[in-house]
Design a protein. Structure first.
Length: 468
């Protein structure tokens, strides 16, 4: 049986930081013990592979609970396939992604799920699971939710935005929440008042305000806060937990904090783009601002401090990427002269672990909190723990050796995502992935990708393990 030993690193989990050696067998962590102690004697001699991690961090692989590989949007498709996107994720120290399968209006959840399996199966370099986007809440799709939960698709995204595409009205949302309360499915909410936003879009375009920066203005922070408030109340009435995706506005975060102070099972996710980028980027000239068009939108810089505080106080529990890349050339350009036609989404699946490590360096969060928000809590939230999100006996050996002192400059020249720009072009970060194991198999080894498409397995999930 193939054994791997990781020697001499600082093992960091959400719970602990210990100088320990890690023994891996058959793709799983078998044991951790004090470095070079009597307990680890003989481990290296019997191992097929010994990884020297002296001076490095040994961390659980990142769990990115929000990606959109090949998502059809605005007449085009997100530019990363499961093959290119999962490989880029591995380069960045992420070993599990949860992507969103999409139900099309007039079709079943099963059809949507089958379509996403056809895109992903045998393509991924790392393990993956699916959430389901509910675009058409009706008697049949509500019944199907029960079946999907049993099969391991245990979370369902609803949209208060995008009328005519993914939008659900309050009645449909309430029904889905009631069903989730009964079957254990976690409702994920895109909380923006899309009906009001569409009025503001129409008015802006009619007044000749067509540049990318108006995307940020019409998607008002108060319309994120209002929708967040409404989603919380609907969840309360339905008796269901609620997970609000891509929180960007301080006012929306305040709604989550109020609900959590009442002891409600209300959770929030934010993304690196809201922590590191702002409306200044949306206002970049020569249509460069289109590179930063996503929804919820980037906010004025002042919101960032509130988001960091939310991550420290646990009013926000998860940082995912909402990775949804569109090339500047040919894709973002669809919206020249009309910001509402710019496909929404930013690349980032490769950058998340590094940017959050930079947040450790900058003093925003601790090392253990880094692992908590990027690996452990997403795994618990979406029913993957302790198989994913930690380093403990029995866990999958999804492990990253991380060099906390390496310096790098983020750039489209060197990234591995299939997109022609980086949202973080030129940003210096301290820290870099050195080695990535997925179920004990090397995927990244120094500067080389040594994994393969199809190594990544579809991973059915349990229900939310984070409820109060
Ligand atoms: O702009 C974004 N976030 N695009 C992806 C779809 C979504 O709403 O998450
Ligand atoms: Zn159909
Ligand atoms: Zn969304
Ligand atoms: Zn998304």
């Amino acid at each position: 049986m193939s054994r791997t030993v990781i020697r001499g690193g600082l093992v960091i989990t959400a719970a602990d930081e210990v100088h320990a050696d890690v023994l891996i067998e058959a793709g799983r962590v078998v044991a951790l013990a004090a470095h070079d102690s009597e307990f680890t004697a003989g481990w290296s001699a019997s191992a097929g592979r010994v990884i020297d991690a002296a001076g490095k961090y040994v961390i659980p692989g990142g769990v990115d609970a929000h990606t959109h590989m090949e998502l059809p949007f605005g007449g085009t498709f997100a530019s990363d396939t499961f093959e290119t996107g999962s490989r880029a994720a591995a380069w960045g120290g992420t070993t599990t992604i949860i992507d969103f399968a999409v139900q099309s209006v007039g079709h079943s959840l099963r059809e949507g799920l089958d379509t996403w399996h056809a895109k992903a199966d045998a393509q991924c370099a790392i393990d993956y699971g699916f959430h389901m986007i509910l675009a058409d809440v009706n008697e049949d799709s509500l019944k199907e939710m029960d079946v999907l939960v049993e099969e391991g698709v245990t979370s369902f995204k609803l949209f208060m935005a995008y009328p005519g595409v993914f939008y659900s009205d309050d009645g449909k949302i309430l029904r889905a929440m009631q069903r989730g309360a009964a079957n254990g499915g976690l409702i994920m909410m895109h909380a923006e008042n899309g009906i009001a936003i569409d009025v503001l879009v129409e008015q802006a375009l009619a007044a000749g305000r067509t540049d990318p920066r108006y995307h940020g203005e019409v998607r008002h922070a108060l319309l994120e806060a209002e929708a967040t408030h409404r989603a919380i109340k609907l969840a309360q009435v339905a008796g269901s937990p609620l997970y609000v995706v891509h929180v960007s506005a301080e006012e929306a975060l305040a709604e989550l904090a109020t609900a959590r102070d009442k002891g409600l099972n209300v959770f929030g996710e934010t993304c690196p783009q809201y922590l590191f980028l702002s409306t200044d980027n949306l206002a970049e000239p020569d249509f460069e601002g289109s590179k930063y068009v996503c929804s919820t939108p980037l906010r004025p810089k002042e919101h960032q401090a509130a988001l960091w505080r939310g991550l420290r106080t646990n009013d926000l529990q998860v940082v995912s990427t909402d990775h949804c890349p569109f090339c500047f050339s040919g894709q973002k350009e669809l919206g020249r002269g009309d910001f509402s036609k710019i496909p929404n989404g930013l690349p980032g699946v490769e950058n998340r672990m590094d940017l959050l490590h930079q947040a450790v360096v900058d003093g925003h969060i601790s090392r253990r909190r880094w692992i908590e928000i990027a690996a452990a809590t997403p795994a618990r939230m979406f029913g993957l723990y302790p198989r994913k999100g930690t380093i403990a006996p029995g866990a999958d050996a999804d492990i990253v050796i991380y060099d906390p002192h390496a310096e790098q400059v983020i750039s489209a020249e060197t990234h591995h995502m299939n997109v022609d720009y980086s949202a973080y072009e030129g940003k210096r970060v301290t820290g870099q992935v050195e080695t990535v194991l997925s179920r004990g198999e090397p995927v990244i080894d120094g500067k080389a990708f040594v994994g393969r498409a199809g190594h990544g397995q579809y991973t059915p999930r349990g229900t939310c393990q984070y409820l109060i």
